[in-house]
Design a protein. Structure first.
Length: 294
């Protein structure tokens, strides 16, 4: 059953799928679940927002974070267009949708001004980086890593008080370079930007779960989102989850592979042998602390 309090899902994928390159579009369509056989059903700004809110209301979901990012080298999603889509979509449902956008970190030209536009002018509430799709280590601003613009991205996010979500763990897309999926480079980021809130999306699954635990225990500005892990396997991959419950936030990764629907995912999470207070922290309270709200 659903909890008796409204849930916050910090990781769903409402994206302009038409901006993907053809190979990536094929992957999305093949792997999408029956809950969203046509991804464009919810991505349409005119009617999709209304359908999404109705779906949320029917399943006791107060807010969702729509996760968008930029990866023109691998799968698509250009910087020009993706952030405007995200801001326009969220504007249709004030207070219900938390927009995460992205930036092309390989283009350092006017990076500070572009971040001001994304976070200031557009009002995007979080930045998503995807190292396996952007072909970059998360700490590539250091030690000759070749991407100094990353430091500005972190600096600006820290200044605006918005979190940076970083994909950790492997990616199913054929164009992904999974050597970049190791969470350990975020140790540098957490040290260098101690006031930046960093979300480890997927917790490094299925290879780097112990690294995720280390980072969570070491850094109070690092969070763990449980998205993409089937709830009935969550404690198999992360048996230590109760130890870091105060830094853990719920995310479904809907409508990704293995996510039949938001309600089913939440109900499966509620069936786990976790203390009800821990469940509430993960399903709602921690996200309120991270994103703000009541």
């Amino acid at each position: 059953m659903l909890p008796d309090y409204p849930v916050i899902d910090a990781h769903i994928h409402i994206q302009p799928w038409s901006m993907l390159n053809p190979r990536a579009q094929e992957t999305v369509l093949v792997r999408s679940t029956s809950s969203m056989a046509d991804p464009n059903w919810y991505a349409d700004i005119e009617g999709g927002v209304e359908r999404l809110i109705a779906y949320m209301d029917a399943n006791n979901i107060a807010q969702v974070a729509i996760i968008n990012y930029v990866a023109p080298e691998s799968i698509g999603f250009p910087e020009q267009g993706i952030n405007e889509f995200c801001a326009a979509y969220a504007a249709k449902a004030p207070g219900r949708i938390i927009p995460f956008g992205g930036i092309d970190i390989h283009n350092g030209e006017k990076i500070a001004e572009r971040m001001d536009y994304i976070l200031g002018d557009l009002g995007i509430k979080g930045i998503k980086l995807h190292p396996p799709h952007q072909y970059v280590y998360a700490n590539a601003y250091r030690d000759g890593g070749g991407v100094p613009a990353l430091a500005t991205v972190y600096e600006k996010a820290q200044a605006y008080g918005v979190p940076v979500m970083v994909h950790t763990g492997t990616s199913v897309f054929p164009q992904a370079r999974n050597k970049y999926a190791d969470p350990m480079p975020l140790d540098d980021v957490a040290v260098d930007f101690p006031d930046l809130q960093i979300i480890l999306a997927h917790g490094g699954r299925p290879i780097w779960m112990d690294t995720t635990l280390f980072l969570l225990r070491r850094h109070k500005n690092i969070w763990f989102d449980i998205s993409s892990t089937p709830p009935n396997r969550l404690l198999d991959y992360f048996p230590w989850l109760p130890r870091v419950a105060e830094q853990t936030i719920f995310g479904s990764d809907w409508p990704g592979p293995g996510v039949p629907g938001l309600r089913e995912n939440i109900e499966a999470f509620m069936d786990l042998p976790l203390d009800p207070a821990v469940q509430r922290m993960i399903l709602r309270d921690n996200a309120l602390r991270l994103f703000g709200g009541t």
